[in-house]
Write a protein that binds this ligand. Structure first.
Ligand code: MLT
Length: 416
């Protein structure tokens, strides 16, 4: 069998398994160490009671002849799709039709699968640093030659996010040439920064003028507390014709282990076929979704819908507020220890400049070895992440406080 040779262009392992490998090796060599994990952004609070109750009831239903569900609708059950449409969109004055919503089993899969709609030769733009799935899934699909010595894939357009632009790169100048699709993520993973309305307006105007599609990953939208900051790309006029939006229940309702997400593909977004004819991406995605996916499970969708009930909303909002209080503590404590900290105000991630200009993997080893705290090296998110480090606010309050105390002891004033 001839293999897909493009896999050879990828780093040996995905970022988070590599971190897991290093942490396991450390823990094996130091069996008494109590390691605190602020690396992968995985929620830690138990599922909200309203969600648990809804899932229990759904399991009971499934055990009856009348309430049993086999294959469901591929795009999601009406009760969930309608809850999404009404709460996430209509309530915010956004016109999204129920059949433009595609429920799935996770945003990681959606963000990896969405590129199946692009031409093999499509030119992809990503921000740098970036959630690695956007890059790796396009590498696997053969859209670029191997990475150069600078760690960048020559087939992609990199838009650098740095301190000068607040880690929110602007649309590229025309000199970069045509771009078919750009991946944006706000609130941003990994930098924890968030795009303003003016910044998203600039993106939408640029995408419409250049016939580019925006893939807008809004997995962390529920962490935005400032009402002037957009939570959906569709809050920007004109976005319906140029943007696909990804949303997830993982970080908003604690579903990282339950799995449920959705993608919005408005019927106004089109691409061109080789003859130049315009084709709605909705048609392609509906074809893809119904061919390769048989729907998220009934029990899971009942749980997701319960996140929109009054009790579910109150309980999940309290969890988000809890994680954001963690983020606030980390931000204040790290700043007091002399770190330069970004993000963490409308996102559960903090982005630090590594002290003393250390490389991000060196700082990872130091933090693990000296503080038994795990974070994520910025370089794992792309070349522009070098010199930075991500900490996640997902953990118990006790662990956040303990991690901070250890970091302060090791790096606080006079120590670094
Ligand atoms: C992260 O740590 O970046 C996230 O957990 C990744 C993900 O959601 O897949």
């Amino acid at each position: 069998m001839r293999i897909n040779e493009h896999f050879a262009k990828l780093p040996g392992s995905y970022l988070f398994p590599e971190i897991g490998r290093r942490v396991r090796a450390y823990a094996a060599a130091h069996p008494d160490a109590r390691v605190i994990r602020l690396g992968i952004g995985d929620v830690t609070e138990p599922l909200a009671p309203a969600i648990v109750e809804a899932m229990h009831a759904a399991v009971d239903e499934m055990g009856t002849r009348e309430g049993f569900h086999g294959y469901g609708p591929e795009q999601g059950y009406d009760f969930l799709v309608e809850a999404i449409r009404a709460n996430d969109y209509a309530a915010r004055g956004i016109d999204i039709a129920a059949d433009e919503i595609f429920v799935s089993d996770g945003s990681k899969c959606d963000s990896g699968n969405v590129q199946e709609m692009f031409a093999a030769a499509a030119r992809v733009a990503v921000t740098d640093p970036v959630y690695p799935v956007y890059v790796d899934s396009n590498v696997m699909a053969g859209r670029t030659p191997a990475a150069g010595p600078d760690g960048r894939y020559p087939g992609f357009v990199y838009l650098v996010g740095d301190e000068s632009n607040g880690f929110q790169p602007a649309p590229p100048p025309d000199s970069v040439g045509p771009v078919d699709v750009v991946y944006l993520c706000s609130p941003n993973n990994p930098t924890g920064t968030v795009a303003t309305r003016a910044q998203l307006e600039a993106w939408v105007a640029w995408a419409r003028a250049h016939d580019t599609v925006i893939l807008f990953d809004a997995a962390y939208e529920s962490y935005i507390s400032d009402p002037s900051l957009p939570r959906s790309i569709y809050e920007i006029p004109g976005a319906r014709s140029c943007a696909i939006e990804l949303r997830s229940f993982s970080k908003r309702a604690g579903f990282t282990g339950v799995r449920c997400a959705f993608m919005v593909v408005p019927k106004d977004v089109t691409g061109v076929d080789p003859s130049g004819e315009r084709v709605p991406l909705h048609k392609l995605w509906a074809r893809r979704h119904t061919t390769k996916f048989n729907g998220a499970s009934y029990v899971v969708q009942r749980g997701a819908a319960a996140a929109y009930s009054p009790a579910g909303l109150a309980q999940t909002n309290a969890q988000i507020a809890f994680y954001m209080e963690n983020a606030k503590l980390l931000h204040a404590g790290l700043t007091a220890s002399g770190f330069t900290v970004f993000g963490g105000v409308h996102a559960p991630y903090l982005w630090l400049r590594t002290p003393g200009g250390a490389t991000s993997w060196d700082f990872f080893d130091r933090l693990l070895g000296e503080c038994q705290v795990v974070g994520t090296p910025g370089a794992g998110f792309g070349p522009a992440g070098e010199g930075y480090f991500r900490l996640s606010a997902f953990n118990s309050r006790a662990n956040i406080e303990e991690a901070l105390a250890r970091i302060q002891r090791q790096f606080g004033p006079g120590r670094a």
